[in-house]
Design a binder for this molecule. Structure first.
Ligand SMILES: Nc1ncnc2c1ncn2[C@@H]1O[C@H](COP(=O)(O)OP(=O)(O)OP(=O)(O)O)[C@@H](O)[C@H]1O
Length: 253
């Protein structure tokens, strides 16, 4: 996926000429301080926020010109916060994931329901399937929205801080699961997040957003000195260590 010269934003906030690519089979983390525009970028790529200029190309096709259903088969978007405000079951929320594949007046099949249960099981919340979605905790809601995205099965997963309400164990489980799914199915992901440690340990590439510009860290190629130097430009005095093949990052201010 090539994001080409995107200008996006709102009255009072704009990002200009954003360019980057998300490679097949790779997980890219989008990092940046509060208010720098991570959500703006993800919403624009997903088509939820109309780009003021620019294109998002996949195999030469501009996905911003596609209708919602076409785009839904390619992109699975997980919002930062749940936008569902009415009473509905967890199962029905997950089944929204098949909407791009249904014809007019067609409803989800038994097969879809079995697949929806599988997605809930992958995230360890199968037992919640009959619960009222509104009665769940924020972290549980977040996992349900991720299950919906898994069922939607887009080639590209766009996740906006998917771990923000999760406990420590679920944060790691989720990142591990996303990595497994992306690698096993040769999909791609763009995940905005705040903790660079998760980006270092679970992603292939980091996109750093600062003052409207994106710079990249290729985690498969760059050494720790180079990675640390680039992260310091965003976060200030941080230190990265490696222990047991895992990155550990601490703030040294
Ligand atoms: N609906 C909106 N209308 C107008 N301005 C908005 C709207 N949503 C966000 N903004 C502004 O756009 C800028 C970027 O916001 P955005 O949510 O993209 O940042 P972010 O990097 O995702 O932040 P955070 O890490 O805090 O979630 C902010 O200055 C914000 O005030």
């Amino acid at each position: 996926m090539n994001i080409s010269n995107i200008t996006a934003g709102y009255l009072g906030f704009s990002l200009y000429n954003i360019n980057f690519s998300i490679e097949e089979g790779k997980i890219s983390a989008l990092l940046g301080l509060n208010g720098t525009g991570k959500t703006t970028i993800i919403k624009t790529i997903s088509g939820l926020l109309k780009a003021k200029e620019g294109h998002v190309f996949i195999d030469g096709k501009d996905i911003l010109t596609m209708n919602e259903k076409e785009r839904g088969k390619i992109l699975s978007y997980v919002p930062q916060r749940s936008d569902i405000v009415y009473e509905t079951s967890v199962m029905d929320v997950v089944l929204m994931g098949v909407t791009p594949y249904l014809g007019l007046f067609q409803t989800p099949s038994m097969e879809h329901k079995v697949e929806a249960l599988n997605c809930l099981e992958k995230l360890g919340i199968k037992e919640l399937s009959d619960e009222n979605y509104q009665n769940l905790s924020e972290g549980q809601k977040q996992l349900v929205l991720i299950a919906r995205a898994l069922l939607q099965d887009g080639t590209y997963m766009l996740l906006d801080e998917p771990d923000s309400s999760l406990d420590l164990v679920n944060k790691h489980k989720l990142m591990k699961k996303i990595r497994q799914i992306i690698k096993y199915n040769n999909k791609s992901a763009l995940i905005s997040m705040h903790n660079p440690e998760y980006a270092l340990n679970y992603c292939d590439k980091i996109l750093l957003l600062k003052r409207g510009e994106i710079s990249e860290i290729d985690l498969e190629v760059e050494d720790m000195v180079s990675i640390e130097k680039k992260l310091i430009e965003i976060y200030g005095p941080i230190k990265i260590l490696k222990y047991d093949d895992k990155y550990i990052l601490y703030y040294n201010g």
